[in-house]
Ligand binder design. Structure first.
Ligand code: ADP
Ligand code: ASP
Ligand code: MG
Length: 422
């Protein structure tokens, strides 16, 4: 019997009516002759609300043992309600926490990585005719059994990892839009739905801020060759197939598949760094010790007589305070003049596998931004991506003009069925 893993995001289970609708949908999939494993996220904005609640009793809401226990409660509410709703409709269902589903992880609270999955109990439940409902985003530490979470958006990872562990025929990610679009439809109303996208481009879009699929889930899908489809809970649209080309059957790739935006980054500039071997290493060693993930780096060539240069880099907003503090604490050792930061930046990226073999893509991107009077502050590229930093308040306009310049606009407006976009 074919096995399908279906993941329903927060906006798909945000109230009782939606949960009942999901119950009908998964029963329908089972009635069509499939074994069904369902992964659910917390209802609506529950995770954000739990973080806000914690924020009112502590100043430290970053990943910790207690925060993880708190946040996993959200997914446990939806898993049990969905199982109850399926039973109410006459179906058979059993819900499972991350621990019961056999999902073991490392001990990195707040962003744990899956170590191993033992899906025995889920498989038994499905073999007995149940729909297995699994709480997304959670696991348990293989070191000490503590409850862990997989990072924001991590229910996608749960679904893909379970699909890989059980060798599912397909993993379907159900959300509040019809699939992967050429841009976030909340930012670009004329974004176009893609019938398919290659995994490499999807990986770049996710890592550049397109939260329709969580980056770690896409990495997992690539590593384990899990067939993925992104589609809507609220329509019958077939959605977007995320595919891996097999050697010899590469399709002709679009030059630009999509535009992604990220408004969650800050920029730090270290001013007056002695232009000598080893100085960049010292600075980024301090950043690494502070535990930050950096993204773009730019070093200005020293032109002054005293051989000093400036180094700028970007990182998530949440990491900015600790990195600025760490750098200030080591200022005299390294010998730089000062540190400044800027939280008002936005990152725009264009992604496309066809860029590898096409020239003039950057000229077109920079030209479109120039025409709209938008200044570029930093640039970085990969083989299939170009990213630029702009002012945060110009990011949305920048995205729309770039989308139009690359002829990605659709004739009609995209539909966003639910969700607050939080
Ligand atoms: P879920 O609750 O289902 O996990 P998310 O809010 O995490 O949903 O992701 C869905 C949202 O991702 C969409 O509502 C949309 O605003 C946003 N999004 C960003 N980039 C894209 C894109 N390229 N295609 C589709 N949606 C996108
Ligand atoms: N509920 C978690 C979050 O909001 C996980 C998920 O939705 O994928 O990040
Ligand atoms: Mg999501």
């Amino acid at each position: 019997m074919p096995l399908i893993v279906q993941k329903f995001g927060g906006s798909s289970v945000s109230d009782a009516e939606k949960i009942k609708h999901v119950a009908q949908r998964v029963l329908q999939t089972q009635a069509e002759g499939n074994q069904v494993c369902v992964v659910v996220s917390a209802m609506g904005d529950t995770t954000d609300e739990l973080i806000d609640l914690a924020d009112s009793v502590t100043t430290d809401v970053t990943g910790s043992r207690e925060m993880d226990i708190l946040l996993t409660a959200g997914e446990r509410i939806s898993m049990s309600l969905l199982a109850l709703a399926i039973k109410e409709l006459g179906g058979k269902a059993m819900s499972f926490t991350g621990f019961q589903a056999g999902i073991s992880t490392d001990s990195e609270h707040g962003s744990a990585r899956i170590w191993k999955i033992d899906p025995k109990r889920i498989q038994e439940a499905m073999a007995q005719g149940n729909i297995a409902v699994v709480a997304g985003f959670q696991g348990f530490s293989f070191e000490n059994g503590d409850t862990t979470t997989l990072g924001r958006g991590g229910s996608d990872t749960t679904a893909v990892a379970l699909a890989a562990a059980m060798n599912a025929d397909i993993c379907e990610i159900y959300s509040d839009v019809d699939g992967v679009y050429t841009a976030d439809p909340r930012v670009v109303p004329r974004a176009r739905k893609l019938a398919q996208i290659d995994l490499d481009s999807m990986l770049e879009l996710s890592s550049s801020g397109a939260k329709i699929l969580y980056i770690r889930a896409v990495e997992f899908a690539r590593r384990h060759a899990v067939p993925l489809r992104v589609r809507s809970t609220f329509s019958a649209d077939p959605g977007t197939l995320v595919y891996t080309s097999k050697p010899g059957e590469e399709m002709e790739e679009p030059i630009v598949s999509g535009v992604a935006t990220d408004d969650t980054q800050s920029k730090i500039t270290v001013i007056g760094v002695p232009d000598r071997p080893g100085k960049a290493a010292e600075i980024f060693q301090i950043v690494a010790e502070a535990g930050a993930n950096i993204d773009m780096i730019v070093q200005n060539v020293s032109t002054t007589e005293n051989h000093l240069s400036d180094i700028s880099f970007t990182l998530p907003h949440s990491d900015r305070p600790k990195v600025v503090d760490a750098l200030k604490g080591r200022q005299s050792d390294v010998g730089f003049a000062s540190v400044t930061y800027d939280d008002e930046i936005g990152k725009l990226s264009i992604v496309g596998a066809g860029m590898k073999t096409s020239s003039g893509v950057s000229a077109k991107l920079f030209g479109a931004l120039a025409k709209a009077g938008i200044n570029i502050e930093m640039i970085s590229t990969s083989e299939i991506r170009i990213s630029v930093i702009t002012r945060a308040d110009q990011l949305k306009e920048a995205t729309r003009v770039v989308h139009t310049a690359f002829e990605l606009d659709a004739a009609d407006t995209a539909v966003v069925y639910a969700g607050t976009g939080r």
